[in-house]
Design a protein around this ligand. Structure first.
Ligand SMILES: [Fe+2]
Length: 320
């Protein structure tokens, strides 16, 4: 049983953000992504809102998902042992447009270049580091009905940057357990890709030996985890067994996340990774395509507590 091709590309990336409205406006207005789903975290004893953004159908590797944490008052701490940067892909010809748009919306933008890729660096309003990377050949279809015309629009994830104090363990994990291959390095950054690489198939590892450790719990201002797409349960089981064979014995059992099925593993760097199988119906399992992301969907695990959940969410109302 080989694991060639097991990890295909990113599936979604999940952030712990600040206010729900602030995050909703940032992703749907400034970045012009579609609201694909409004629901709540499926774990725990009290609800945390969970908002999904992506392209028209919420396809794999276009998805950014957010837990607004301001209502809880819990703050996260940035550092090592964490995914430090979310890189989103935009057409390289649109970087000037995006630079102006972000500045017009009040964001401080820095132009930069790494791995021969031009990019704009800025922060989410809650402090999470973003990079808009100019890409020439991204075949993914962007959201067709956003403020930003499709020709300039965000295509989906480009990569993530994992910050770690030690490179060694993470390299073994990525190449032996997560089906990645190392391509090249640029300063303190080492690049790993899946398959042929390109947008949605990149993990960069930044060597930060002097940087203190980040927080792992849900708290405002950090990237919580990155999920990667696998094709089916057999492959997902094989990834889990492969990791356990390498000694990563803490891989969680498969969980039903409503729109997909997930296993999770804490990588040697400290960053949390997920391997995900999409449900065939995707986000249309509980809403029609025309209604995607419009109304709050009660997670089945909280079905008996609808009133309490709606009451809790009403304390931080979302206008859209
Ligand atoms: Fe996830």
């Amino acid at each position: 049983m080989g694991d060639n091709g097991s990890i295909q590309r990113h599936h979604h990336i999940t952030l712990c953000v600040g206010g729900a409205q602030e995050d909703y406006d940032f992703h749907t207005k400034v970045l012009s992504l579609k609201s694909v789903k409004k629901t709540a975290l499926y774990d725990g004893t009290y609800p945390i809102r969970h908002m999904y953004y992506g392209n028209d159908h919420g396809e794999e590797s276009t998805l950014v998902t957010c837990f607004p944490m301001r209502q809880s008052g819990r703050k996260g701490k940035k550092g090592t042992g964490q995914i430090a940067v979310l890189k989103l892909a935009v057409p390289v010809s649109s970087l000037t447009f995006w630079g102006k748009r972000l500045k017009d919306h009040g964001f401080a933008v820095t132009k930069s270049e790494r791995f021969d890729e031009k990019m704009l660096q800025f922060e989410h309003p809650c402090g999470i580091d973003y990079e808009l990377v100019g890409v020439a050949d991204d075949s993914r279809t962007p959201y067709s009905n956003g403020e930003v015309p499709a020709e300039f629009a965000v295509r989906g994830t480009h990569g993530i940057t994992v910050a770690t104090r030690e490179l060694e363990g993470q390299e073994e994990f990525l190449t032996s357990g997560w089906n990645a291959r190392k391509t090249n390095s640029d300063g303190k950054h080492v690049r790993y890709v899946f398959g042929d690489g390109g947008s949605g198939k990149i993990v960069d590892v930044a060597h930060e030996p002097g940087l203190p450790a980040a927080s792992w719990t849900f708290g405002e201002g950090i990237i919580h985890h990155c999920a990667f797409q696998v094709s089916d349960f057999d492959v997902q089981d094989a990834v889990k067994a492969g990791l356990e064979g390498l000694g990563y014995t803490d891989v969680a059992e498969r969980k039903d996340r409503g729109y997909f099925f997930s296993i999770y593993v804490r990588t040697p760097s400290g960053a949390l990774f997920e391997a995900t199988v999409s449900r065939a119906e995707g986000f249309e399992v509980d809403e029609k395509y025309e209604d995607l992301g419009r109304t709050f969907q009660i997670p089945p695990v909280f079905a008996g507590q609808k009133e309490q959940i709606m009451e809790f969410l009403a304390q931080e109302p979302l206008v859209y």
